[in-house]
Design a protein around this ligand. Structure first.
Ligand SMILES: *Cc1c(COP(=O)(O)O)cnc(C)c1O
Length: 378
C-alpha cells in the first residue's frame, strides 16, 4: 500500500503546467502586478460563472468577509449571526469591526447553520447573517433569505469552500450558484480550495451596484480617485500573477469538482458495500439536495475518531479534522459567554468529524485503500 495524502496538488498542476508557465511569463514581462487587466478579466469570468452582476478581487477570503461587512457599514454594538462550526475568519471578520458574533447551532446532517434556530438569535442589533457553505455544500438558503428579508438584514454567504456549488431554490426561481444568493458572497483562492491560487487570494460577489462600487474603493485605501480618500479602507488587492494563474484554472473548475463528486460517490458506495454505514461506525456525508455539493471536503462522522485517526496515520493515510474546536469555545471568544454544552451539535461534530482525501486525481485504488483501512479498524 502506498501513502494516500489528504491533498496532493502536484498531479493537477502537471496537467496545466505549460499554460501556467507561459501565463506567468507574460505577466512578468508586463511588469504590471497589482490589479490591472488580468484581475478585471478574472472578475468578469467569476461574476459570469456565479451568476452575480459583480465580482471584486481582494487579498484573501478573510478579507472578502471583512470588506463585505465594512461595505454594509457594520460597527461597534452590531451583531452578526453565524455558525460556530467553520473556519475562524467567518466570525473574526465581525470582531474586526467591533461587532459581536452570535453563534447558532448547526444541522447535524449537513454541518451547516440550522435555519430553524436563527430567529431566536436575532435582536434589534443584528445587521447580518453569515451562513457558511461548509465542505462545498450550500446552507439551506431559502429559509435564511426569508428570515433576512423579513427583518431587513443582510446575508453574506461565506462561499470560501464552495466555489461553483449550487442550490436549487424554491423562492429564487431555480438553481443558483454559491455567492449569488446573498447580499454578498465571499470566495477564497487559498491553495486547498477547489479553485486555488499559488498563494493567497479572494473575491467578493454581489449584484448590488452600490455595494460593488463601495468594495472597489474600500480595497484600495478608500480611494476613488488617486490620493482622494472618501473612506478609511484597506490594502486588499488581488495580484495580477494570482489572477492570471486562476484564469488558466477556472475553465477546468467544474470538471475538477465533478471528479471530487465522483470520488465521494465511490466512497459512499464502498462504505455501504462494506457494511460500514451505521450509527456505531461510519455516517456518510449527507447531501441535502441531489446535486450541487462540490466536496471541498469529504467528511464522515465516526465514533472513536481519534483512535481511527491514529490507525490511518500508521497506514500512511492522510486526513483532516475540520474543525476540532467550535468557534464559541475558542479562547479569544471566552468573553462572549458560551460554555461547553451551549451549542451541542457543533460540539458533537467537533468530536466526530473526519475528512478523507477526495481531490479529483485520487485513483480508485487509493479510495479503496482508504475504505479498507477504515474497515480493518472497525
Ligand atoms: C478558507 C476559508 C476562509 C478564509 O479564506 P482565506 O483565503 O484563507 O483567508 C473563510 N471561511 C471559510 C469557511 C474558509 O474555508
Amino acid at each position: 500500500m502506498s501513502p494516500v495524502p489528504l491533498l496532493d496538488l502536484k498531479p493537477q498542476f502537471a496537467t496545466i503546467r505549460d499554460e501556467v508557465e507561459r501565463t506567468i511569463s507574460r505577466v512578468v514581462a508586463s511588469q504590471l502586478f497589482i490589479l490591472g487587466s488580468e484581475v478585471a478579466d478574472l472578475e468578469r469570468e467569476i461574476a459570469a460563472m456565479t451568476g452575480s452582476a459583480h465580482a471584486i478581487g481582494c487579498a484573501s477570503g478573510t478579507d472578502a468577509l471583512v470588506l463585505s461587512l465594512h461595505a454594509l457599514g457594520l460597527g461597534p454594538g452590531d451583531e452578526v449571526v453565524t455558525t460556530p462550526f467553520t473556519f475562524f475568519a467567518t466570525a473574526s471578520c465581525a470582531v474586526r469591526h467591533g461587532a459581536k458574533p452570535v453563534f447558532v447551532d448547526i444541522d447535524p446532517r449537513t454541518f451547516n447553520i440550522d435555519p430553524a434556530k436563527i430567529e431566536a438569535a436575532i435582536t434589534p442589533r443584528t445587521k447580518a447573517i453569515i451562513p457558511v457553505h461548509l465542505f462545498g455544500q450550500c446552507a439551506d438558503m431559502d429559509p435564511i433569505l426569508a428570515i433576512a428579508r423579513k427583518r431587513g438584514i443582510a446575508v453574506i454567504e461565506d462561499a470560501c469552500q464552495a466555489i461553483g456549488a449550487s442550490y436549487a431554490s424554491r423562492t429564487l426561481g431555480g438553481v443558483r450558484r454559491a455567492g449569488a444568493m446573498g447580499t454578498t458572497g465571499t470566495l477564497s483562492f487559498f491553495p486547498s480550495k477547489n479553485l486555488g491560487a499559488f498563494g493567497d487570494g479572494g473575491m467578493i460577489t454581489t449584484s448590488d451596484d452600490g455595494i460593488a462600487a463601495r468594495l472597489r474603493v474600500l480595497r484600495v485605501h478608500g480611494e476613488r480617485e488617486r490620493y482622494k480618500h472618501e473612506a478609511v479602507g484597506w490594502n486588499s488587492r488581488l495580484d495580477a500573477l494570482q489572477a492570471a494563474v486562476l484564469r488558466v484554472k477556472l475553465p477546468h473548475l467544474d470538471a475538477w469538482s465533478d471528479g471530487r463528486v465522483a470520488n465521494a460517490d465511490r466512497y459512499d458506495r464502498l462504505f455501504r458495500e462494506g457494511g460500514l454505514v451505521d450509527s456505531e461506525r461510519v455516517t456518510l456525508p449527507f447531501r441535502a439536495q441531489p446535486k450541487g455539493h462540490i466536496f471541498n471536503q469529504y467528511t464522515i462522522r465516526v465514533r472513536r475518531r481519534d483512535e481511527l485517526g491514529e490507525h490511518l496515520k500508521a497506514r500512511g493515510i492522510g486526513w483532516g479534522i475540520y474543525y476540532p474546536i467550535p468557534l464559541h469555545l475558542q479562547e479569544c471568544f471566552a468573553g462572549l459567554g458560551y460554555t461547553p454544552g451551549s451549542l451541542p451539535e457543533a460540539e458533537r461534530a467537533s468530536r466526530e468529524v473526519l475528512s478523507l482525501p477526495v481531490y479529483p486525481e485520487l485513483s480508485e485504488t487509493q479510495i479503496a485503500e482508504v475504505v479498507q483501512a477504515i474497515a480493518d479498524f472497525f
